[in-house]
Write a protein that binds this ligand. Structure first.
Ligand code: PXL
Length: 278
């Protein structure tokens, strides 16, 4: 018997008590997709940082002893994923975790959560953006939104009018740093939202869905959670991207019906049962 018989993903992320995002999204979604989800908390927030005020407790210095216990248990992970990281030290901690726990079989997904709509999130500094560039080298799968892809490749941000050539150049530049698979999400194209899917050795693809409503908090975390669990389950990358974006679209529609404020994220619980395992 071993602790490593069931598929599992170590999820390095914060816990935000309110405003559905990060760990509170990843845990249920990864579990629903039949993969054990093992949280590595980076910090605890009363609510995420898009609200005008929040309480924040940094967990960075507790992360090493936490990991050491997992080492003692001999835990091995099919996947390691990271999301929102609140300091440059936490970004370093993710590197340490990957160095300690990655095996030949481990798929590492880095969601370089840094900002949206052309702006960085409130506590994100220039120094952290630089540190995040270093973390890209550790990824097998990278899931930046358009803003994050621009920051990571030093490309000026613009809202629309992206030429395919420019988007592919960003994806290629990011893949050049290590990841085999890159998806740039949230590209506005008129009434559509597009994702650029880039896989080394394959033709790039642009996958579009009809835009509904406006952007909402936590949707990037839902996206990354589905893609990470699917990757561990052996689901084709393009299929997984399609599945994640159509699920998010349904969640946004339902959240509009229920009149949920944008910052509160999406009511994915209502629709989790519609998510396909493969
Ligand atoms: O959804 C990304 C995210 C996660 N965690 C915290 C955040 C954000 C985005 O604002 O503030 C604490």
């Amino acid at each position: 018997m071993s602790h490593n018989t069931q598929k599992k993903i170590a999820a390095i992320n914060d816990i935000s008590g309110f405003g559905k995002c990060s760990m509170t999204v990843t845990l249920p979604i990864v579990s629903y997709l039949k993969v054990q989800c093992n949280p590595v908390p980076t910090s605890i927030f009363s609510n995420h940082t898009a609200y005008p005020s929040f309480f924040f407790d940094d967990y960075t210095d507790r992360m090493v002893p936490y990991m050491q216990e997992w080492k003692k248990l001999g835990l091995k992970f099919d996947g390691i994923m990271s999301g929102y990281l609140g300091s440059k030290e936490q970004i370093q901690m993710v590197k340490t975790f990957i160095d300690e726990f990655r095996t030949d079989q481990t798929i590492v997904l880095i969601d370089p959560v840094m900002g949206d709509n052309g702006k960085t999130y409130s506590i994100y500094t220039e120094e952290m953006c630089e540190a995040m560039k270093g973390l890209v080298h550790y990824a097998d799968i990278l899931t930046p939104n358009l803003t994050e892809a621009c920051i990571l490749t030093d490309t000026p941000y613009k809202e629309e009018q992206w030429k395919m050539k420019e988007l592919v150049a960003m994806a290629e530049s990011l893949a050049g740093k290590g990841p085999d698979k890159v998806v740039i999400t949230g590209i506005r194209q008129g009434d559509f939202i597009a994702n650029l899917v880039y896989e080394k050795g394959k033709e790039y693809r642009i996958l579009r869905t009809h835009k509904v409503g406006t952007g909402r908090s936590g949707t990037g975390d839902i996206f990354a959670s589905i893609v990470a669990a699917d990757a561990v389950n052996g689901v084709d990358f393009g299929r997984s991207v399609k599945k994640a974006s159509s699920f998010i679209k349904k969640c946004i529609k339902r959240s509009i019906e229920l009149d949920i404020p944008r910052a509160d994220g999406v009511c994915f619980e209502e629709l989790l049962h519609t998510l396909k395992i493969n």
